[in-house]
Design a protein around this ligand. Structure first.
Ligand code: SF4
Ligand code: SF4
Length: 672
């Protein structure tokens, strides 16, 4: 007799099973359809399929690339759950195909099939056990423990273990020669059950397993298990959840979400990885990206209406406002640390920026100091309340080319002012130009450019604010105004090649400006070449125009600015520059590169009153720098420089640790 197994051995009536299966599928479909109908109230639609989306879907959803980020143990556990579950699901489908479409599960194929299902089941049961240990024994702090989490574990575990039990009873009853291929079920002790008893009891156990499995199917759309479907969708749509609703789709009433936002809300597994890495949460501030997303989900679903019973089934109990205080959206530094670790590619800071925009539009209060800084941007063209004259003061004694001096300048060849010959526009930025500590960055960079013989200039007191603070603060009207002003200035002085001091200006010019189409009121930003100074310095070093010497060994540590590292993946460049300086030994802080800790200055936190927290983010960072034993802490951003310098002083580390901008360090090491 060939190895194989009958599908409904000892089971009667079969119509009852199919009826129950039909009901389960209907309940499943109702929940899914309800969710999809809510998603469709969002704007933006689904993007067209392209190879980039599909590659991301394959690598991040199927291979689970992102589940390993930030927590290897959790990643491995989810990997086992996913593939265990998928293996059993495919096994069940194959059994139906064998029964109703094409007979193929017999002989060797059946034996391999049996062994594979044993392995898949074991992966699932072991990983569920591991999940229970993490949640209820280890009590991993980032995990929330709701009743529904326990229900999910118990239900899946029950279905998986009962599956093994049913198989064990069947093997005991039939005693097939090939039972060793079902090695786990065959080894299960059945409390001395004999063949006859097993035959009698088999249908009972089979129905228990069937009911648990069908119930699980019905339960999926009403539990966090829905992420089995929404996570791949969210990963597929992840560049549409960027908080950047295309301009023609924006309706600034605060309750508009894209389809991708809704999918993202449903994909959130509440795993808390985002909260674990969030610098605001780490600093003990009453804020976490997970709580924000849950709040936004509740709000969106409450407002989208629909069937109240289904809605209650889907949502956690409690109203949105009980979950989160809206005023906490100002805690986010937009550092993107949460995006790095979110296993389903959600982007809380983009959603928060969008919410800030809605809040501003609705006239809800924002932090007082930030409101004043934005007024300053409107009135003085910088957040520092400084007159235009002061903007160029930092370079008074440097005799730099002022690219704005030649008003007729319309191209590189049409110059009437001998001084207006710069090819490169050094975009100093408000903070670098006006803050006395950050001015050291600008003076050092200008020195290096002169030493390398670069033809460059600045816009002097005509340099505009790029609008970063308005963009981060959700003041979209002001941002659009600043963008138009800046592009007009670039256009007026024929500037196409820009090098910035600040990663924030860099991001705004390079990433945010192109989000808005060129219109009659505004020139096109696509003609601009934008570089951060680290990119430019590296180019000069590669060409041999900047050479550094080793005036003694020095141990340094490097702080990755969020808007250079995580936002633009410029992790290696600053390190390459430092490594090329003789005598430098680079030691890394505990958190570095993608995992770096934010200094606390981004996302407009620089322009706000100190928010409640047990510790300042910059203090946490300085402590990490101190622990490396390095004498120098180097960074490449004026905001980081100011924040870290203040934290160093507050920590009383003036004698032990020096905070420098990369340019300042390079000036010390330049060859004569
Ligand atoms: S947003 Fe992502 S990282 Fe945060 S709880 Fe949800 S799934 Fe986890
Ligand atoms: S961007 Fe940074 S500060 Fe904002 S929620 Fe994410 S981790 Fe927290």
């Amino acid at each position: 007799m060939l190895p194989g197994r009958p599908l409904f051995w000892q089971i009667q009536p079969i119509w009852l099973f199919y009826s129950l299966a039909f009901i389960a599928v209907c309940i499943f479909a109702a929940g899914l359809i309800y969710r999809i109908r809510l998603w469709k109230t969002g704007t933006g639609g689904f993007p067209r399929i392209n190879s980039r989306h599909l590659i991301r879907l394959f690598s991040e959803a199927l291979l689970g690339k992102k589940i390993w980020s930030g927590d290897f143990a959790a990643g491995f556990m989810h990997f086992l759950i996913f593939w265990g579950f998928a293996g059993l699901f495919v096994g069940t489908v194959l059994l139906s195909v064998h029964e109703y479409i094409i007979t193929f599960l017999s002989g060797t194929i059946y034996l391999v099939y049996s062994a594979t299902l044993e392995i898949a089941g074991a992966m699932l049961v072991l990983s569920l056990g591991w999940a229970v240990v993490r949640r209820y024994v280890q009590r991993v702090s980032r995990l929330e423990n709701r009743g529904s989490d326990a229900a999910v574990l118990i239900w899946i575990g029950g279905a998986a273990v009962s599956g093994f039990w049913v198989e064990a009873v069947r093997l005991t009853a039939l005693q097939p020669q090939w039972q060793g291929w079902s090695f786990i079920a065959a080894a299960m002790p059945l409390a001395g059950m004999g063949s006859h008893t097993a035959t009698v009891w088999y249908p009972v156990f089979w129905w228990v397993h069937a009911l648990l499995s069908l119930g699980l199917i019905a339960f999926i759309p009403y539990s966090k298990l829905v992420h089995m479907m929404t996570a791949p969708a969210a990963i597929y749509l992840s560049d549409r959840t960027a908080g950047i609703i295309p301009v023609d789709e924006r309706i600034p009433d605060g309750e508009v979400h894209t389809v991708a936002d809704f999918v993202g809300f449903d994909a959130c597994t509440r795993c808390g990885r985002c909260a674990e890495v969030c610098p605001a949460t780490r600093a003990g501030e009453p804020f976490s990206p997970r709580e924000y997303l849950l709040w936004a989900q509740q709000r969106a679903y409450e407002n989208a209406g629909g069937n109240a019973i289904l809605r209650r089934g889907i949502l956690a109990t409690g109203t949105a406002d009980a979950l989160f205080n809206l005023h906490r959206i100002w805690h986010c530094t937009t550092c993107n640390a949460c995006i790095e670790v979110c296993p389903v590619s959600l982007r809380p800071p983009d959603a928060i920026r969008q919410r800030r925009s809605a809040v501003v539009e609705a006239g809800v209060e924002m932090p007082e100091m930030l409101a004043q800084s934005l007024k300053n941007v409107f009135k003085y063209d910088n957040p520092w309340e400084a007159t235009k004259k002061k903007r160029a003061k930092w370079s008074k004694d440097l005799d730099l080319t002022d690219l704005s001096k030649n008003k007729k300048r319309t191209g590189k060849t049409e110059t009437t002012d001998a001084k207006a010959t710069g090819d490169i526009c050094y975009f100093v930025g408000c903070t670098t130009a006006l803050d006395t500590r950050a001015q050291g960055l600008a003076r050092s960079f200008a020195f290096l450019l002169n030493r390398a013989g670069v033809a460059f200039g600045t816009l002097g007191k005509k340099e505009p604010c790029c609008g970063d603070i308005a963009r981060r603060g959700g003041e979209d009207g002001l941002f659009e105004m600043k963008r138009e002003d800046a592009l007009d200035v670039f256009n007026k002085y024929a500037i196409t090649d820009v090098v910035t001091s600040s990663p924030h200006c860099y991001h705004t010019l390079k990433h945010d400006y192109p989000l808005y189409p060129a219109g009659p009121a505004c020139v096109d930003s696509s003609n601009l070449r934008i570089r951060h100074y680290t990119e430019f310095i590296w180019e000069l070093m590669e060409k041999g125009r900047l050479v550094f010497d080793g005036s003694g060994p020095v141990t340094i540590t490097y702080h990755d600015p969020c808007y250079l590292g995580r936002h633009h993946r410029l992790f290696d460049l600053p390190r390459n520059i430092l490594a090329a300086v003789p005598g430098v030994t680079l030691v890394e802080m505990e958190h570095h590169r993608e995992d770096s800790l934010c200094c606390g200055g981004g996302g407009d936190r620089m322009w706000q009153e100190e928010l409640d927290g047990e510790m300042k983010m910059s203090a946490l960072r300085i402590e990490e720098a101190r622990e490396t034993g390095a004498r120098l802490l180097i960074t490449a951003c004026p905001l980081c420089l100011i924040m870290l310098e203040d934290a160093r002083k507050a920590a009383g580390l003036e004698k032990d640790l020096e905070v420098l901008d990369l340019n300042e360090f390079l000036v010390r090491r330049i060859s004569d």
